[in-house]
Structure formats: structure tokens, C-alpha cells
Design a protein around this ligand. Sequence first.
Ligand code: HEM
Length: 451
Amino acid sequence: MDAASFLLLRIEDPARARSWLRETLPEITTAADKTSEDLSHWTTGVNLAVTWSGLKALGLPAEALETFPAEFREGMSARVDILGDTGESAPEAWEFGGTSGPAAQDALHLLLMLYGTTEAEVSSLLDAQRARLEEGGLRELGVQRAARIRNSEGHVVEHFGFRDGISQPLIEGFTDAKHPAPDALGPTKAGEFLLGYENEYAEIPDPPWVPAALDVTGVLPAGREAGWKELGRNGSYLVLRKLRQDVEAFQHFLEAHKEVAVGETDAFKKQWLAAKMMGRWPDGTPLRPGEDAPPQHASARGHGVDNTFGFAAKDSEGYGCPVASHIRRANPRDGLPPNAELSRQVSRRHRILRRGMTYADGADRGMIFIGINANIARQFEFLQQTWLNNSKFGGRYDERDLLVTHGAGTMTLPRQPLRRCVEGIERFVTMKGGGYFFLPGLKALEFLARL
Ligand code: HEM
């Protein structure tokens, strides 16, 4: 689905909001009992996610609210030290989910996600939803439009010009035998993305619970302890970040630093430099040592969508894909010390499902980043803090991810006989708004609607 609208809502009248939720339930898109054939024919989708203050506003009592993890309860705008959202990216200036304004974190209760194959389809879904908001005791705080943009070959790209949506975890038990999604890390346990299932630590963590007495219609599964029901089962957490991309500054930067790069023409040098920062060629082909251009016959190796590679055997030093590049920081695969096997295990414990799209609000362009994970602190926040924003990642000094954070400083590009160093890197990405949401399973939504 190529178009979306994200409707940000505040609950003003809890009783009416619950009856709105009961009416909306049949419209919520679910993959339950669907074959991959059914899924491929979907043209529209509706999903609902709730913040911690939204759960409170719906009437969930304190004893249940407290069973949610701390990072979700605190919310994204309170996690700036971990996320590195400082300076221009600070939550004081966010359009939504921040610390001020009508759509501040505490006022933001629900995220209604509307998907369609065309903008027109999404607009009609949006009109239909908007017509019911007042009656449903809900106030619209804002709408964020998003879309998938494509290059001339029809592949999904982001605004810096790279192919996107390539690497996704392969989830154990969800493999479609006809279309296996190759992944160098092998299958990742479902519990990394869905609450109530075994995770990569061979544990089933306690999902959020509610006192059994509240579940009057008996929709929720029994909890591990008597007197409690599981609210989390089949749910997940959704991380939303509106990230403005300064495409002009990025192009300027490539122009100003192209002499560091390899190549015959200026255009190629810029492409080379950008690829080293991202960790893939713009068409998505992985960077390999000894290859200073995208391979001519890349299609023979799964053109663009290859996700089966590792770093340990042939590129441990990052001569192909720099250790500090975006994709290598975001998923080090088998490349972390002390050894490949352990590294694969560590990497599997910090994966997220990415469901982002681009946006264009007039001249402002960027990405609506959506990450889905069962444990925000261990997955999304860890990625952001310990790998992307970490100035010492991979034995580097004072280097940060160039595409995600704020004034990264320098980047080392390993090369023989001498490494190359890119200096004076500015900020290309600014945080504009976001939040942490609980993505309830259908049973949990049913329960919330009948609270
Ligand atoms: C505007 C900001 C961002 C841009 C332009 C961007 C762009 C990209 C691109 C082009 C890819 C490679 C294509 C693919 O594998 O699908 C990628 C991969 C990835 N990105 Fe980002 N990204 C951004 C922000 C983030 C953030 C905030 C995170 C997480 C905190 C993140 C995590 C990842 C991960 C986990 C991968 C897959 C790595 C792999 O498995 O190879 N990205 N990103």
C-alpha cells in the first residue's frame, strides 16, 4: 500500500470513545486466518495504536497501567537522553508527542493509521473516520500524510535517494514456504515482535496484565498468575518518529566532500560517498570489499534486495561496508567481536520491523519512521543509543550515524593503503515529532472497547 494518513487523536469523552472503538473494531485490519494470497490482495488497511495516556483516558485502572514497561509509561519525549533528541530535535519543538502544544505527549491518546493504494483511497478513508470523531468523543490533533515514493524502476526509495524497505527480520513461524525472505541472521523468534511469545532469550516475558475481574466478557487469555489476564498477547509496541531530511544539505555535503571519494566523474564520486555512509549502493546492492562501483550484473546476485550477506568472513575491517555506515550500525550481523556466532545472536536481539514511509509537507521532506518491536528499550532505544548514536561504536572515536542523528562530526572510511576521513559533517536529519504506542491485539482492543 503506497499511501497513508496517520490521524492523531485525543479522547475527550471516554464512554463515547469506547463505543466508537466498538464500532471501529470490525474495520481494523487483521492478518489472523489470512493466507499470503489474501494479504497480497489487500488494498486498504486500518490500524489503531494507543499511548499510555490513551490507555489511562480509556479507563484502564492504575494497577493495570503499572504493568507496562517504564519506557512506554514515560513516553518518547521523556527519553531524550537515551535517544539523543537535543538541540533542534528537542521535544519542545515537536509538532506532536513533545512537551508543548495542543498535540503534546500527554494529550496524544490514539494513532489511527489509514492505508490505501492511492491518495484518493486514503482520503476517502480519512473522510469517513473524520465524520465519526465528534460523536465518538474524540478530537483530532493532527493528520500526517505519508507515501511510498518510487524510483524510475518502480522501487521504493527514501528522500536521500536510496532504495528502502529491503532488510526485514525473518520471523520464526511466519515463513511463507513459497516466498522465503532470505536473511543472513536466519529466523528471529516471534517474541521479539509479538508479546506473549518466546523471544531470543528463550523467555516469554510478562506482557502487560489486567485484573481478571475487569474482563467481564472473558475475551483475554488467562495470565500466568491467578486473578490476572494478559492484555499484551498478540500485541506489540510501535515507535513513531517524524524525521525531517535536509536533502539540500545532504547534496551540498556530498558536493563539498566529493574529493574524498573514488571515481571518474563528480556524479559518481558523490554516489560513492553517499553509499559509504549508508552501507548500500543507492539501488540497494550491498557494498563489498574490492568493489568501487555497483556490480554490472547485480541481478545475478539478487539485485538490490540481497540481504544474505555478513561481514565477518570478508569485510571485518569495513573496506567494503564501513563499520560506521547506517546499515552496519543498525544491524552489525556477524561483524561484532568476539566472534560471528555470538554477534549473530546479539544482532537478533536488537532487531525491529520497519514500516516507514516518506512524507512531504510542502517544502519539508522526510521519513515517517515506524518501528515495531516487543521491547522498546532493548530493541529500538538500544539501536538508537548504543549503535547508531554511539560515538565509540566499532572502535571509532567521535563518530555517529550520519543519517539519523545530529551533527555527526567525522566518519572514517577504511581504505588501503590509507584510510579516508570525512570531516565537518552537519545535521541532515531533525526530529519533528513522535511517540511510543501500544499496538493491541484484536482481543485487547475488544477488551478496551468494553472497559
Ligand atoms: C531519516 C532517517 C533514516 C533514513 C533516511 C534511513 C534509511 C535507511 C535505508 C536506505 C536503509 C537500507 C535499506 C533497507 O535495508 O531497507 C536503512 C536500513 C535500516 N535502518 Fe534506517 N533510515 C533512517 C532512520 C533509521 C532509524 C531512526 C533507525 C532505528 C533507530 C533505523 C534503522 C534501520 C535498520 C534496522 C535498517 C536495516 C539494517 C539491515 O538490517 O541491514 N533507520 N535505513
